[in-house]
Design a protein around this ligand. Sequence first.
Ligand code: GRF
Length: 195
Amino acid sequence: KNIVILISGRGSNMQAIVAAATSQHWDARITAVISNRQEAEGLAFAEQQGIPTAVVSNKQYSTRSEFDAALQAQIDQFAPDLVVLAGFMRILTPEFVQHYAGRMINIHPSLLPNFTGLHTHRQALQAAVSEHGATVHVVTPELDHGPILGQARIPVIAGDNEESLAARVLEQEHVLYPSVIKQIIDGTINLRDQH
Ligand code: GRF
């Protein structure tokens, strides 16, 4: 199976996925890491690992549909069975999402359906929840709303701030995301059964 990972920045989830794929001898390969930002720090790691990289800069397109069409063309050169959004910070058009229906997943730093969108750790603190975490879900046209494939939870403790929550949730993301992808590869999770 071919996996294409999309990033926008640091790429720590992408690194965790690449590391798990190698150490657990996944029956799959990361065929490319693609970023919408040339400056994305994660690109250097992918290159060091010998993984092909590409940049499709959203700044070079005047409309979202033109950008998505260019991105889609680039992704499809790597023939993905699975497209993994890992800190990819662009909203995608319904056409793009439809093209990858049943083969595109995302990780979101909250326990969905709570706290969609940005600043999830701030939202969690403001709501004074006792538990927070991360969710891996199928990508559907509505932002952060697709079927849930897996979640990781952490307790919110006295003195937590956005940074401390972000750090503890991220640590869980690095376990959760590879684990869900492994289950997809092994067929334990069937994306096309998800509604
Ligand atoms: C993660 O918290 C992810 O859940 C969110 O953006 C962050 C990306 O971090 N969508 P990284 O680029 O994987 O390090």
